[in-house]
Design a binder for this molecule. Sequence first.
Ligand code: ATP
Ligand code: MG
Length: 219
Amino acid sequence: MSADAFIFMGGTFDPIHNGHLRTALEIKEWAGVEQVYLMPARAPVHKQAPGRTSEQRLMMVKQAVQNEAGLNADEREIRTEQPSYSLLTLQSLREEFGPDRPICMVMGMDSYQTLPSWHGWHQFTDYAHLIVVKRPGYELPEEEVIAEFTQQHKTEKLEDLFSTAAGRVIFHELTPLGISATQIRGIISRGESARYLLPDSVYQFILENRLYGLDDKQG
Ligand code: ATP
Ligand code: MG
C-alpha cells in the first residue's frame, strides 16, 4: 500500500545540494516507497535570479538524481505557464491521481515556519499530507496560527500517511545537514570550493556554465 504514495519535495534548488538529496533518500527509506520526486519551482519572471534560468536549475536536479534509481526530477512546475503556487500544484496532483492516492509534500522546518505566508496554505491538507523535516537552526514555530494548525493535523504514526489520502502533518528527524543553497552560492561567488556539499556532476555543471558569479579565479 505504501508504495502507492506520491512523495515530493518542492524548492528552488538553486542549486540542488546534498542536504536536499540526503533528505529525499532518507524519506524514501523511512516511508518505504519506491520513488521520491524533487520538484523545482518555476521562478516568476520578476524573481528570476540573474545569470541562471529555471531550465538550468532543472538540469542540475536531473544531473543530481541521474544515478539514483529512487530519486526523480519532476518537471511539472517548470513546465506549466502558471506561477508555482503549492496550492495549484497540489490541486493538479490530486486531479491527476484521483481521490484515493496519498500525496505527501516534504518540506524543511524553515519552510514550515513561513507556511502562513504561502498562498492558500490552510487548504494544503485538503489535498496532501505534509512531511516536515528538522533542519539545523530551525525550531517548530510557536506562532499561534501555525501552532493551532499543527495541533489539528499532527500525527506521529507513519501509517496514517498511507491509510488516508491527505490531511496529516508529520515531523521527521533525519541526519542533520546544515547545508544551504545560499551558503553554496556565497562560496562559489567568493571563488572558494563547494566540493562535498553537492554532487560532483552538479558542481561541474556550475563551473562549466559559470553560474553564481564565478569569476576567473576558478577555472
Ligand atoms: P536557499 O538557501 O536558496 O533558500 P535552500 O538550501 O533552502 O536554498 P530550497 O530550494 O530553498 O534550498 O529548499 C527546498 C526544500 O528543501 C525546502 O523545504 C527546505 O526546507 C529543504 N531543505 C533545504 N536544505 C535542507 C537541509 N540541509 N536539510 C533539510 N531540508 C533542507
Ligand atoms: Mg530555502
